[in-house]
Design a protein around this ligand. Structure first.
Ligand SMILES: Nc1nc2c(ncn2[C@@H]2O[C@H](COP(=O)(O)OP(=O)(O)OP(=O)(O)O)[C@@H](O)[C@H]2O)c(=O)[nH]1
Ligand SMILES: C=C(OP(=O)(O)O)C(=O)O
Length: 212
């Protein structure tokens, strides 16, 4: 295989929790209303995936989710969903996706990047230059994107302090001027920052009243 041609082309797995369990740290942002909360969590994922699909170096996007509502909305974007494996947990879900896809190059993208710009994701793919690499979140502690090397293992270590764990596991930290790729939305403060960066249309339409 000529890795020179494929090394910037990647298949991305995007994990999405069931909407009733997702984004608990954002619960206060929607005033505790479960319907508004689920709509916001779904919008975050749809905007993230839409931007990923529009990125030239991304060949395929697949979500890992057990939520039929998420799978149906993703299908409307032309994105396939795989159910979660029997083993619980984010890393298990990502490993299951990576094993199922058997891609020439695999990556994991978090589903809470509602300001994501395709040109910033593309720039990160190019900066990885075919290495196993990751993009830390804006605080530098979490991970928003993990890329395997072409033909290599993803070896995901998401969870608390994942940036440090990915670094320790030998992945290269990619730090660029990619604010939309580094702005994962866990809290109200993150949502305000993403709003300032320019939200995708679905999240903009699902925003709680306090943002307007
Ligand atoms: N499929 C799947 N996705 C998960 C799982 N755990 C986390 N995720 C997803 O992984 C991404 C990062 O997780 P977090 O930022 O912690 O999001 P979260 O768990 O919804 O948020 P909190 O409840 O506030 O911790 C999000 O896209 C989640 O939907 C899991 O067990 N399975
Ligand atoms: C699971 C992660 O996301 P967060 O830190 O946003 O919960 C992570 O960054 O590994």
């Amino acid at each position: 295989m000529d890795y020179g041609e494929v090394r910037d082309e990647v298949d991305l797995v995007v994990p999405v929790k069931t909407l009733d369990r997702a984004k608990t740290r954002l619960t206060s942002a929607t005033g505790g209303d479960p319907v508004s909360h689920a709509a916001l969590a779904l919008a975050l994922a749809l905007d993230t995936v839409s931007a990923a699909v529009a990125t030239p170096g991304v060949r395929r996007v697949v979500t890992i989710t057990s939520d039929p509502a998420v799978a149906a909305e993703m299908a409307a974007l032309g994105v396939e969903s795989l159910p979660e494996p029997p083993q619980p947990g984010l890393n298990e879900a990502l490993l299951h996706g990576a094993r199922t896809l058997r891609s020439s190059r695999i990556g994991a993208l978090q589903a809470d990047l509602p300001a994501l710009k395709p040109d910033e994701l593309q720039a990160a793919l190019e900066a990885s230059a075919g290495r196993r690499a990751f993009v830390p979140d804006r605080q530098g502690t979490g991970t928003t994107l993990l890329l395997a090397a072409p033909g290599g293992e993803l070896d995901p270590r998401f969870g608390v302090g994942s940036a440090g764990l990915h670094r320790l596991s030998g992945a290269v930290a990619l730090i660029g001027a990619w604010p939309s790729l580094r702005c994962d939305v866990d809290t109200e403060e993150d949502l305000r920052l993403a709003l300032a960066l320019g939200l995708g249309t679905r999240t903009a339409n699902a925003l709680p009243a306090w943002t307007t």
